[in-house]
Design a protein. Structure first.
Length: 387
């Protein structure tokens, strides 16, 4: 295990009826709150009324900023920044899933600077400040509620890039598993894929050869996620399954599973960002296409680790590491398909002749993320394994 510093200051308020604590949590950071949310689902589910009631009971002034869409875009965040500055808000509250949280974080950064906020996404400038961010979670997948990252797509050029800074780490996040009861089967499946990908990419792509503890954390969480997802698809209002999923999603990408693993990489996420930026498909759906393809590409480089996953998760008994590794990938891909997530470019109506265009787009992000092994030619090779 390599040297590391782990610090995660987000306060988690978890369980039934905890949304009523939102107002008190927000009031610690100011009197005027920008409430960022999506396109109306929180109103039909009743979560909107719960949040607004709690904020009003705490004596807060509310400025609403609705309309964030899946695969959030820069133009929306820029409008939010203008509203935040004009209204002089003290704190930003995201009520939604990863897209809403990432938009809220971007607004929080932009509200405290006159710089072009996109400069932070291309690493031209370093974030120096941000408004406090809190979240009420309605989709558990990204772990944005307990990590210092945000992802936004700039429509011009279809560039889906990210920022990372302790200034955008949420101060507190409210997680009520009942908020997930109305989540559709498709998005329940996509969420599971996203969580699994967050763990598996660093599981395979790191610089620490002795990682038994972290491997077992990933494997245990992965089994729990798969079991919980299968229960959720049978019974969407299974509280225990939703609660397990909600907590596992955070643990998958809040720094716990990667502590001591050295330099890690997210090459499948890098490629998928191009799919969702260009074609506007759900992030989890894009990952269920790309992740198995990337694993087929990488398995020969580390068959022992891939074989371990196959044996620990799927009980594969083949003593040949490469064969066991490939069979493990086949089983994972089959599970993605079984829960209703696409597993090929064709499933998402993405044409083979688009592969070069996708690779060019992804390569630009590979350079920013420092994934030097991923040339356009390599990305093409990965995408060809996603057909």
């Amino acid at each position: 295990m390599q040297n590391f510093v782990f610090e995660n200051p987000t306060k988690i308020i978890f369980g039934r009826d905890q949304i009523k604590k939102t107002g008190r949590a927000v009031a610690k950071f100011g009197k005027k709150v920008l409430m960022v949310y999506g396109q109306g689902s929180i109103k039909s589910s009743g979560i909107y009324n719960q949040v607004v009631s709690s904020l009003k009971e705490a004596g807060l002034d509310i400025v609403e900023f609705p309309g964030v869409k899946s695969n959030p875009v820069l133009s929306c965040a820029l409008k939010g920044i203008d509203v935040a500055k004009k209204e002089g808000v003290d704190v930003v509250l995201a009520v939604g899933g990863g897209s809403v949280m990432d938009t809220a974080k971007t607004i929080a950064v932009g509200a405290k600077t006159d710089d072009d906020v996109w400069d932070y996404f291309v690493h031209a400038k370093t974030i120096q400040d941000a408004l406090p961010v809190l979240t009420v979670v309605t989709i558990s997948a990204s772990a944005s509620e307990m990590n210092p990252a945000a992802v936004i797509t700039r429509e011009d050029g279809a560039k889906k890039y990210s920022i990372r800074s302790p200034f955008i780490q949420p101060k507190a996040s409210i997680l009520d598993p009942t908020a997930l009861f109305t989540l559709s089967p498709a998005y329940s499946a996509y969420s599971a894929v996203d969580v699994i990908a967050h763990m598996l990419e660093p599981y395979f792509k790191n610089t620490e050869p002795n990682s038994l503890l972290q491997d077992r954390l990933v494997e245990g969480l992965m089994k729990t996620i798969m079991e919980s997802t299968e229960m959720i698809l049978k019974e969407p209002a299974d509280y225990d399954a939703r609660a397990s999923m909600m907590w596992a999603a955070i643990l998958a990408f809040n720094g716990i599973t990667t502590a001591g693993m050295g330099m890690i990489g997210l090459p499948a996420h890098m490629v998928e960002h191009s799919l969702s930026a260009i074609y506007n498909i759900a992030h989890g759906a894009g990952l269920s296409i790309v992740l198995p393809g990337w694993m087929y590409y990488a398995v020969e480089k580390d068959p022992v680790k891939f074989a371990r996953l196959g044996r620990e998760i799927f009980g594969i008994e083949d003593n040949d590491n490469l064969k066991a590794g490939i069979e493990g990938i086949n089983r994972l891909k089959g599970w993605f398909a079984a829960i209703g997530s696409p597993v090929s470019l064709g499933d998402a109506n993405i044409l083979e002749e688009d592969i070069e265009k996708i690779a060019e787009n992804a390569y630009a992000l590979a350079q920013i993320w420092g994934l030097r092994d991923y040339t356009e030619e390599v990305i093409v090779d990965v995408l060809k394994l996603c057909k």
